[in-house]
Design a protein around this ligand. Structure first.
Ligand SMILES: Nc1nc2c(ncn2[C@@H]2O[C@H](COP(=O)(O)O[C@H]3[C@@H](O)[C@H](n4cnc5c(=O)[nH]c(N)nc54)O[C@@H]3COP(=O)(O)O)[C@@H](O)[C@H]2O)c(=O)[nH]1
Length: 872
């Protein structure tokens, strides 16, 4: 700008007043213009202010006025600026971003409220250091221009950062504006979305169901998961873009259930046609879904081939079981308990019954299924409810025999499902009747219905056991009819039979309850009196029997007067066991006959030679072993199926120096009265095992030896003794069979079972000798680990003449086999007996017909003449 200076004093001194005035005017005008310029006003034109007026102007006043105007103007400007600043600050604070202005030293120049809060800046104290991350500080230092930081983290917040420089006129960056946009939530949402997407894609890729995404307009497959590709069995590139009808939806164009027919498809069974044209049954669901703003069909399907196969198998098996269920002889019912509020079973309802159950229960299925038991029974209390409750409670199967509408049923109860029970009903009426018949034949006399000799022996041994405990008396009264043979001969056998029946009836009615009457065979009867018996009771009973007999019997049109002779043996005086008491009563009865009949006779020791024999035998017996007078004989046992010798029973013989060979029947009972039987028994066991080992060495590797054991040998130490002898003799344990009597099982069942278990563990065999003479029921036998039963020879003896014996043998064989026991018949003397045994499936036989007991060397010769047994 060009400026003009005031007229100096020298110039004033030489210039004319007019020149001076011109110069003054020019000067004033220049100054006024200068002032106006400062004030932003255009210079004064001459026509606005002429020179004369100009000189009258008071410049100081004008300046003062101008300054005053300027000041006023500046005030206005300041007010505007303050307002603008306030406005700016409000905008600054109201913006969503945190804004920080940094100076050229990167210190906070200013910031808005959000920035102050976010970065904990004290706004009053600016400039202050901004808490940058070291990396950002470095970038700011290096880059002055615009800067963008997509992700800047501070504390737990994430920001998008924009940095803009503020430059001065010279282009120098004086300030930087940092705008922090909080994207924490957005980033969090993005992360969540990403995670959800990757989860979905993992599901998509690993799902066991096939998934196809299909374009609903073109029906082309746009995506397929690995399982879909696997099931279709084609390459992914061929599947993607293919029309879905080719594989998954055989419906033709225009018939798409979802897009055309508006049908929903949810877990429907459909067919998938794979790349090879195979039809795969699948379970399919199809839905429409929106992906990225466009609609797609999502088809998901699972391969149900395995399920179908299992279902088919289940159906087939169910059909099989149904058929079986319908055809089975046993009734099957399934029911459920009905309980009261306290949880106690009060009734039951039947859910299922098979035809056999309807037959057995004599109701049709409609009457049973869905019905409550209370509607079927007339009783107030439903039978067996507690039993059913127990089975349902603990699931332990139970059996029960019940009678229902005249039938005998065996019921096996189980719990097939919680709260349910199943009952298998077997109609055992016929079996039980047969069993009762067998029992009746085995233990009762068919003619009179009285107990037979088998049963009376048992009752006698029970009575003896009780008498032993109570120091009581037992009387055995044996009687037969005098002159019965004559009656038979004159009136005929059937009248004789009717007389015997009449005798039985009269005695049964008139004898005391508790006394046992039996028919022993022919016209011979036995009465056993037990329980608080005195000698006087015995006499009274004997007299009563004779009196009863003396009364005439009416048989058909005949009145028969018939007497009896009666012998009495008392326990303990006349015998310690049943057999000797029976035998002695019999002896006394013959004495009564000799005494003139129609009388009774007590047994007396001198009646029997045996007492005398016992006397001398006893002392010699003790020395017999030392003197080497004992010898074992062996009686062969043959297998009926092939006639091979499979065993030999060791039978003791006493070769007395002066009396010759003495029967074991005589000396074994004597030895049993003392410990002598243990010494003798041990010797027998040793010798028998040694002999069997010799046979074994000679090539008879299957040949077993059977050894008789006395009851007294049967102690807890027996297994140890046997084991020791087997060791000493090196005999395989399965070649030794131990024979024990039936009565032994009855007397000490627990101890015997224990010992038998140990013997079985040892490997030896056990047989029950003289089976049928005791009273062991077969159900009782099954509690013992046994291998064989030996049918007593007394049954075999008369089997061809006595039909009872034949029936008993048949029953023994059948029932023994049902218990998986082998049967050996002893005392086989005739071909008819042998044939009978063969016909009825007896396993082995022993008897004089096949070979008498013989010394060991003789047995060896016997064996050599026969074929070597082969194992079966
Ligand atoms: N504790 C022991 N008892 C023994 C021992 N040795 C024998 N005995 C028992 O003595 C009873 C009589 O024996 P035994 O006189 O030897 O008679 C046996 C056979 O000879 C005889 N038997 C064989 N077959 C027939 C036949 O066809 N008819 C017929 N009348 N008798 C025949 O049977 C007896 C075998 O009986 P079992 O033992 O019941 O098989 C006898 O009870 C022996 O047990 C011994 O060492 N210890």
């Amino acid at each position: 700008m060009q400026t003009s200076g005031p007229p100096d004093s020298a110039a004033l001194a030489v210039d004319s007043p007019a020149s001076l005035e011109r110069r003054l005017v020019a000067y004033v005008r220049a100054k006024i213009d200068q002032l106006l310029a400062i004030m932003g006003t255009a210079p004064l034109r001459t026509e606005e202010l002429d020179d004369a007026s100009l000189l009258e102007i008071d410049p100081i006043g004008i300046i003062a006025e101008s300054v005053a105007q300027m000041i006023e103007h500046l005030h206005d400007i300041h007010d505007h600026l303050s307002l603008a600043h306030e406005e700016l600050q409000a905008v600054f604070d109201a913006t969503g971003a945190a804004i920080v202005v940094l100076d050229d030293q990167l210190r906070v120049h200013s910031c808005n409220r959000r920035a102050a809060e976010t970065f904990a800046l004290a706004t009053g104290d600016v400039p202050l250091a901004f808490p940058f991350s070291a990396a950002l500080a470095e970038r700011l230092r290096q880059q002055e221009g615009l800067l963008e930081e997509p992700e800047y983290c501070h504390a737990d917040q994430v920001f998008q950062l924009l940095v803009a420089p503020v430059r001065d006129r010279a282009g120098q960056c004086q300030l930087r504006v940092l705008a922090f946009n909080d994207i924490t939530e957005r980033r969090h949402n993005e992360l969540m979305l990403q995670a959800a997407e990757s989860r979905l894609s993992a599901i998509f890729n690993t799902l066991m169901a096939g998934i196809l995404i299909i374009d609903p307009e073109s029906h082309r497959i746009v995506d397929a998961n690995p399982m879909a590709i696997r099931l279709i069995g084609d390459r992914r590139e061929r599947i993607i873009g293919a029309v879905c009808h080719r594989y998954i939806c055989p419906a033709q164009r225009g018939a798409c259930p979802l897009t055309d027919l508006n049908q929903k498809l949810d877990n429907a069974e459909r067919i998938l046609i794979d790349a090879y044209g195979e039809h795969i049954p699948v379970l399919k669901t199809a839905t429409l879904l929106e992906l990225g703003g466009k609609q797609y069909i999502l088809e998901s399907f699972i391969d149900i081939r395995a399920r179908k196969k299992a279902e088919d198998a289940l159906r087939a098996s169910e059909e099989r079981y149904r058929a079986l269920y319908a055809a089975m002889n046993e009734g099957l019912i399934v029911g459920e308990l009905i309980r009261n509020a306290a949880g106690r079973a009060v009734d039951f309802v039947l859910h299922d019954v098979n035809p056999a159950a309807c037959r057995i229960l004599q109701y049709n299925a409609e009457r049973l299924v869905g019905q409550r038991a209370s509607s079927l029974y007339w009783q107030k209390e439903i039978p067996y409810l507690r039993l059913l409750e127990a089975v349902v409670a603990d699931g332990v199967p139970r059996t029960q025999e019940i009678s229902l509408r005249g039938r005998e049923l065996h019921v096996s109860l189980t719990r097939p499902l919680p709260q349910r029970f199943a009952a298998l009903l077997t109609d055992v009426t016929a079996t039980r009747q047969a069993q009762r018949q067998i029992e009746r034949l085995a233990y009762y006399d068919e003619l009179t219905g009285l107990p037979n000799r088998v049963l009376i022996r048992d009752r006698l041994s029970q009575a003896l056991a009780q008498a032993r405990r109570q120091n009581g008396l037992v009387a055995v009264l044996a009687f037969d009819l005098d002159q019965f043979k004559k009656i038979n001969d004159s009136l005929g056998n059937s009248s004789g039979d009717r007389l015997l029946v009449a005798v039985a009836e009269r005695m049964t009615v008139r004898l005391r309850q508790g006394d046992s009457l039996a028919r022993m065979g022919g016209d011979e009867f036995v009465i056993v009196l037990s329980g608080c018996v005195t000698q006087q009771d015995v006499i009274s009973a004997a007299v009563k029997v004779l009196d009863l007999m003396a009364e005439p019997f009416q048989v058909d049109e005949h009145e028969i007067v018939c007497t009896a002779s009666l012998g009495i043996a008392l326990f303990p005086m006349d015998g310690s066991d049943g057999d000797s008491l029976l035998k002695n009563a019999d002896t006394a009865m013959y004495q009564a006959k000799e005494n003139g009949r129609n009388t009774y006779q007590f047994y007396m020791p001198e009646m029997n030679q045996r007492a005398f024999e016992r006397l001398f035998l006893n002392s010699d017996l003790h020395r017999a072993l030392d003197r080497g007078e004992f010898e074992l004989y062996y009686q062969p046992q043959l297998r009926l199926s092939d006639g091979a010798v499979v065993g030999a029973e060791a039978l003791l013989r006493w070769n007395h120096a002066s009396k010759g060979q003495i029967s074991p029947v005589l000396f074994i009972p004597l030895a049993e009265e003392s410990d002598l039987i243990l010494t003798i028994g041990h010797w027998v066991l040793e010798q028998a095992c040694l002999a069997a080992r010799r046979w074994y060495n000679a090539g008879y590797r299957q040949l077993r030896v059977a050894v008789n054991l006395s009851a007294r040998q049967f102690t807890r130490s027996l297994p140890q003794t046997v084991a020791q002898v087997l060791r000493q003799t090196a005999l395989p344990p399965e070649l030794l069979e131990l024979e024990l009597t039936e009565s032994l099982l009855m007397e000490k069942p627990e101890q015997v079972r224990e010992v038998l278990e140990q013997l079985r563990e040892l490997g030896t065999l056990t047989a029950i000798d003289d089976f049928g003479t005791g009273y062991s029921s077969l159900s009782y036998l099954k509690h013992f680990p046994l291998n064989r039963l030996k049918i007593d020879r007394s049954f075999v003896k008369d089997l061809t003449s006595d039909s009872d014996d034949a029936v008993i043998i048949e029953a023994i064989i059948a029932l023994a086999h049902s218990l998986r026991l082998q049967v050996v018949a002893e005392g086989v003397e005739t071909p008819a007996q042998l044939e009978f045994m063969r016909r009825h499936g007896c396993d082995d036989v022993q008897g004089y017909l096949l070979g008498r007991p013989m010394p060991a060397d003789e047995l060896m010769r016997f064996l050599q003449q026969r074929p070597m047994p082969t194992p079966v």
